[in-house]
Each structure stands twice: as C-alpha cells, then as structure tokens.
Design a protein around this ligand. Structure first.
Ligand code: GDP
Length: 722
C-alpha cells in the first residue's frame, strides 16, 4: 500500500467527522462503499454480496457480510450546492458496526463523531436496531441526517418511512427531497429547496447496465415531472415552514410573505440539524447508485464541523478539578484513543481523535489515564486504499498513530505539562461466556497471547482463567461476538483448542437486609492472627452494582484495616456464594469489630471480611439473576403462529405484534438462557424467511425450579457457604 507524505493545515470548518449508522441490512456497507467511490478514494465499486468491500477488513466480516471493526477513513468531497459550495471538504468516515452484538463499537465510534447519517430501509421503515442507534446518537448528542435507502425495492415507501421515524423515534423528520418513482421505476429525486432562480428541481440518474458500473452515478438536472408538481409545492412549503420555525429572523420574513434566499434557509437548517431540532430525510438507493451525491452535499452542508462543538471538558488528573480546553490547535493537546487495530502492514495502529492542540509525529505524549509516557511514531491519515503520512494532526482531526505501546481504547493522550483526563467510553457488561481448553502447552501460550491482542482491540470481551480446571473463560455480548473471537483466535493466531458451549453469565444477588460476623482468630503459639468485623448487607436496586462503606466509629477497627476487609468482601463477591456467579446489586457496610495490638494484620482482616459476607448472605435470601434479551422477530404472516408458540415455550414475555409493510413483527423479552441457536432455529421454522434481532435488555430473577438446576450443576451446594 502506498504511503504519501504531506503537510497540510486543514481549516476546521471544512472537516466533517461522520459515521453511518443503521439497522443491519439497511445498506450501511453499500452506502459507505458508494461514498468512498464518489469521493474518489476507491476505484472499483465494492460488492458486499461478493465480499469485496473496503471497510470490511477482516476475513470473517467478508464471509459473514457484516462490519465488526470500526476503521476511520479520510476522504474528500466538493459540494455542488449550499453554503460550502465548491470548497474541498475533508470527510473522516468512521465505520460503525452493523450487528448488535457489537453495540459497544457503535457507542465508541459515536463518542468521537461530530455527526452522522442514519440509513433507513425505505421498505421497512424504522427497525428495532434503528431505535437503538438513534438512542445512542442522542446520548452523545450526535446530530443526524437520514437517508431512506432501497427506494428501488418492492414496498419502498418514502413518506411512510419518514412517518415511522416521527412515530417510533420521536424525531422531527422532514422530507428534504422527494423520490421520483419508486420500486423498479425509482430514478431520481426532487431537490425541494433547489435554487433561488428555479425553486425546486429534479435530479435524475442515468441508467447503467450494472449496479457496479460507475457510469450509473452520472445525473442530470431536469424539470419536475408534471404529476409531482402539487406534492412538491406542498412538501417544499412544509420544509420551509419547519426551517423558519427554528429561526426568529426567518420566521418573521416567512410570516410577512417575503421570499427567503435558499442559502439562508440552508444555513438555518444547518443550525437546526446541529441543535437536533430537525432531521432532514433524503431518498435514494445506494445499490442502484442513486441519491448518494446529494446526500454527501448535505453531509457537508448540514452536519457539524469540529468547530461547532463546544470546548472539551475533562479532569485534571492531579487535582481532580474540571479542566476545559478550547477546540483549537493553539490550545493544549487533548486527544482520545478510540480504537486499536493490528494492521498487517504497519503493526499496531491507535485511532485517535484530536480534540484540541496539535499531535506531532516523533513527539512524546502523556497517557493521563495510565500515567505513562508514550512516543508517537508516525501519524497517518487512513484513506480507503492508501495512507498518507502527516507531520502533525490538528484539533478536529481523526488519525491513526503508529508506535503507541500502552494506550488502549478510551485512554486520553495529552501533554504532561498540562494534563487532562477526558471522559472515557463506558462499556456494557458481558452476558455470555464460554470455556476454552488449549490442546497443548504451546497452544496455551499462543492462547494467552492471542487473547491479549484481541482484548486490546475489543475491550468488551473479558478473559478469566479457572486455575482448578486449567480452562480459560471468555465472556462477551452475545453468541456471535464469542464466535468471532474464537474464529479469529484459531485463524489468525493458530490456536488449537476445545471450545465449550456458550454459558449464560448469571449473577447472584440478595433479597433482604442481613448481618454477619466475620472472625479470623488464631492465637496458639508464635505470632497469632486476629481479624474481626461485623457486616450489614442490603439489596440495591437492579443495575446499581456494588457498594462498600465503613460505618466504624471510635476506632473499633483501625482505619488501615478497612481496605483489607473490603478486599475480602470483593473477592467473595467475585466468586459468588450460591452457584459461583458474581454477586451484584449489593451494599456492604462494616459497622463494628475489634482488633488486637500485635496479632491483627491485613490478611486476617481480609479473611474476616470474606467470612463476614458469607455469614450475612446465609440470612439474605440469595437468588440468581439472568440476562433478559429484547427480541424482535420479523417474519411473513404465515409463520407468526408457530413462532409465537415457540417463543412461549421459551419463557418469553410477548410484548406485542405489529404489521410492518409486507411482514409481521413480534416483540418479546426472552431469557438469554433460552436463546441458544435461536437464529438458526427460526430460519428452519420459516423456510429461511424469518429473521431476529436480539440485544441485552436487563437482568431478572431466575425462577426457583431453574435456579435449583443451575445450582446443582455448579458444584456449589446451593446453601450459601463459607
Ligand atoms: P448493512 O448490513 O447495513 O451494512 O447493509 P449492506 O450494505 O450489507 O446491504 C444489505 C443488503 O441489501 C445487501 O445485499 C445489499 O446489496 C442490499 N442493498 C443495499 N442497498 C440497497 C439498495 O439501495 N437497493 C437494493 N435493492 N438493495 C440494497
């Protein structure tokens, strides 16, 4: 791969850091491919169905046709209209994954984006995962524009798709253009605002022989078809009215019946999109090469530049006081590592978003999260099929850095003379795990190495070893997530191993308040041991996790031994007391105890802490909690009965059913324990026509008959033990 070396200072307002987000299969990969093609960085249009796309780097992704790893790609685009007309813009496209098992990847990429394009399937409208990614985008205040893709497929309904965005997302979604034709006759769009001279106009794409023939991307500006004139008039007025409603000056002009310049409307719409007040929706079909170029113009026109961001906030690592850096290159350096990727050509790449200041190649950086110094090797702009080496990256840029050793996803990079820690990225807890048993000693070593490397790239999976069985346990966000890790481990790192069945990650918790005494006293001969504490435990609301407090007064236990008690408590909480699963939603308070001047030690108090928790737990009605998944099954009507019957046998709570265009949708909450192999099962029940979307929802208590079985197979006695 070619590396070119350039030095260029890019004005901040000409940068767009964006991501494409969507429900799986809506066309995110195809749309990304087309963007890379039109922005001139790939020369052959990739075909997802043949597995040749540019952003899907890894073998597995090609085979499965899904995008797992987010890579940042730098491209350029010159808009043909709007406030940035004829200026060369830099678009950094952060690839977000399309499968829910990797929701955390979506979150992590959203954290570093300034704006996004939400791709909707015009035949299905808003789907379940669309809701999830929408909520995530809202959480990080990422402004969005929408692209109603697949206008060429049977059942495509542009206005219906907009209505579903309004109903299901609560978004102020408004038609920005209107499709000309639909299904097989879809051939272009009417640009509703158009220009000052003509008002609205039509954009019609030339028919090409094949979807992968770039000549299909040529378009002509023409007059609006006669039969659309009334609809165009109506939607144009509606769009203008909505835009004016967000801007006082324009509103007054509008109410006074004055003609408003198109550019002023676009500037106001830009403000409204950035303030998350309006989501303009555009029609298109990425596969048929229609509608993507105007969408790119609107990425430039309506999505924010890094300059539109307020300043960045963080904490001073020493004083823990709030620190604010301005979003400019003259400010001190503040950057966030958001992705580690091992690249076959250059080794370990750290993807970094620079928020303030300048990141220079060859310089030393301070990783304030880890408190270590790091040396920057090369700084790269990653294009779709080459990379460009740059000397410095300025505030607002997204780049890849070669040479960082200790930095992982979520770490802050800054200057040690003016340190800051930016808010890190939060990861969801894993809900499923499986055991790996390496075949030989050398596999054992390769396994450890591969898991370390994979863990650097993907902080959502956890590794634990069980010293008794020699097994390694990995946990992740779903069956597919673990499958892919195991696959990479075998394929890339050549580990030979026996792989266990996926196991649900249960939790333990308590149902009522209880007290327990922990005493560890050995005073026969030599130096003795003396640790003694009284603990009170209380249930916390679901999802609160763990808490430990000391209420010891008057020095009943010297302060230096309290952390030792906490350590003992945490160790016991980690190993579990009912069936060997970690304990959660529990508050532990140490409220009294005693000590011995000579015999007391940290180790004695640690053991006492552990014992005290076991004692208290005996009286606290321990139960198991299990992950409950949100399941959305989409199926032709004829299989509804069978699929609902099947779900009912799986302890599912059916939330409802609805008709969506040509198919029926079942919404349900189902325990993860019942969902092993579910996707394959429903395919065979429906002649391959039903599909399901599954994501973690919450934890709930396990019915007692099932608890008994789990306890029996866990090797624990079921009684709360020491
Ligand atoms: P992703 O899962 O969101 O990345 O979706 P893909 O880009 O992989 O697209 C899913 C499927 O829909 C693939 O088979 C695409 O060829 C197809 N597809 C994508 N865009 C369109 C479109 O505009 N029209 C039609 N007919 N099919 C499309």
């Amino acid at each position: 791969m070619a590396v070119t070396k350039t030095k260029r200072d890019y004005p901040l307002d000409r940068i767009r850091n964006i991501g494409i987000i969507a429900h799986i299969d809506a066309g995110k990969t195809t749309t990304t491919e087309r963007i890379l093609f039109y922005t001139g960085k790939t020369y052959k249009i990739g075909n997802i169905d043949e597995g040749t796309t540019t952003t899907d780097w890894m073998e597995q992704e090609k085979e499965r046709g899904i995008t797992i790893v987010s890579a940042a790609i730098t491209a350029s685009w010159t808009a043909k209209s709007g406030p940035f007309q004829d200026q060369e813009m830099r678009i950094n496209l952060i690839d977000t994954p399309g499968h829910v098992d990797f929701t955390v990847e979506v979150e992590r990429s959203l954290r570093v984006l300034d704006g996004g394009v939400i791709v909707l399937d015009a035949a299905s409208g808003v789907q379940s995962q669309t809701e999830t990614v929408w909520r995530q985008a809202n959480k990080y205040h990422v402004p969005l524009i929408a692209f109603a893709n697949k206008m060429d497929v049977v059942g495509a309904d542009f206005l219906g798709t907009i209505q579903s965005a309004r109903d299901r997302l609560g978004a102020n979604a408004i038609a920005y253009n209107l499709p000309i034709g639909a299904e097989t006759s879809f051939k272009g769009v009417v640009d509703l605002l158009g220009n000052d001279e003509k008002g609205a106009f039509a954009i019609v794409w030339e028919q090409s022989g094949s979807d992968f023939d770039p000549s299909g991307s040529k378009f002509n500006i023409t007059d609006i078809p006669e039969d659309m004139k009334i609809a165009v008039e109506e939607h144009r007025n509606k769009l203008i009215e909505e835009i004016c409603a967000t801007d006082e000056v324009l509103l007054e002009q509008f109410l006074n019946g004055k003609k408003i310049a198109v550019n002023d409307l676009k500037l106001a719409l830009r403000k409204a999109v950035i303030a998350e007040k309006i989501v303009p929706v555009m029609a298109g079909s990425s596969l048929r090469n229609k509608g993507v170029q105007p969408m790119l113009d609107n990425v430039v026109n309506f999505l924010p530049s890094p300059q539109d961001l307020p300043e960045i906030k963080g904490l001073d690592p020493k004083t823990q006081e709030e620190k604010i850096f301005q979003n400019v290159k003259d400010a001190p350096l503040g950057a966030l590592a958001f992705k580690i990727q091992v690249d076959p050509h250059v080794g370990r790449l750290t993807y970094v978003r620079v928020y303030s200041g300048i990141l220079k190649s060859g310089s030393y950086l301070y990783n304030s999260t880890k408190d270590v110094k790091e040396r920057v090797g090369r700084v790269l702009l990653m294009h779709a099929n080459d990379r460009e080496e740059i000397d410095e990256a300025f505030a607002g840029e997204i780049i890849a850095v070669v040479g960082l050793k200790d930095t992982v996803t979520g770490d802050t990079l800054c200057d040690d003379s003016n340190p800051i820690v930016l808010e890190s990225i939060t990861f969801a807890e894993p809900v499923i795990s499986l055991a790996i048993e390496p075949k030989t000693k050398s596999d054992q070593e390769k396994l450890a190495y591969s898991l370390q490397r994979l863990g650097e790239e993907d902080p959502t999976f956890r590794v634990k070893s069980n010293p008794e069985t020699g097994q390694t346990i990995i946990s992740g966000m779903g069956e597919l997530h673990l499958e892919i890790i195991v696959d990479r481990m075998k394929r890339e790192f050549k580990v030979e191993a026996n792989i266990g069945e996926p196991q649900v990650a249960y939790r333990e918790t308590i149902q009522k308040e209880a007290r327990g005494e922990g005493k560890y006293i050995r005073q026969t001969g030599g130096r003795g041991q003396y640790g003694h504490c009284l603990l009170r435990i209380e249930p916390l609301p679901r999802g609160q996790g763990r808490e430990f407090v000391s209420e010891v007064v008057g020095g009943a236990i010297p302060r230096e031994f309290i952390p030792a008690i906490e350590k003992g408590v945490i160790e016991k909480e980690d190993t579990g007391m009912l069936a060997g699963f970690p304990v959660t939603d529990i508050k532990v308070a140490v409220y009294d105890g005693s000590y011995h001047d000579v015999d007391s030690s940290e180790i004695a108090f640690k053991i006492a802490g552990s014992l005290g928790l076991s004692e208290a737990a005996k009286e606290a009605d321990m139960i198991l909690l299990e992950p409950i998944m949100k399941v959305e099954v989409t199926t032709p009507e004829e299989f509804m009965g069978d699929l609902i019957g099947d779900l009912s046998s799986k302890r599912a709570q059916i939330l409802g059913t609805e008709k969506r265009h040509n198919s029926s949708v079942i919404n349900a909450l189902v325990p993860l324990a019942e969902l092993g192999g579910y996707i394959t099962a429903i395919r065979s029940m429906s002649q391959g026509r039903a599909s399901a979307y599954i994501e973690p929802s919450h934890y709930e208590s396990v019915p007692s008959n099932i608890t008994q079985k789990i306890v029996a197979s866990s090797g624990f006695t079921g009684r709360v033990e020491h």
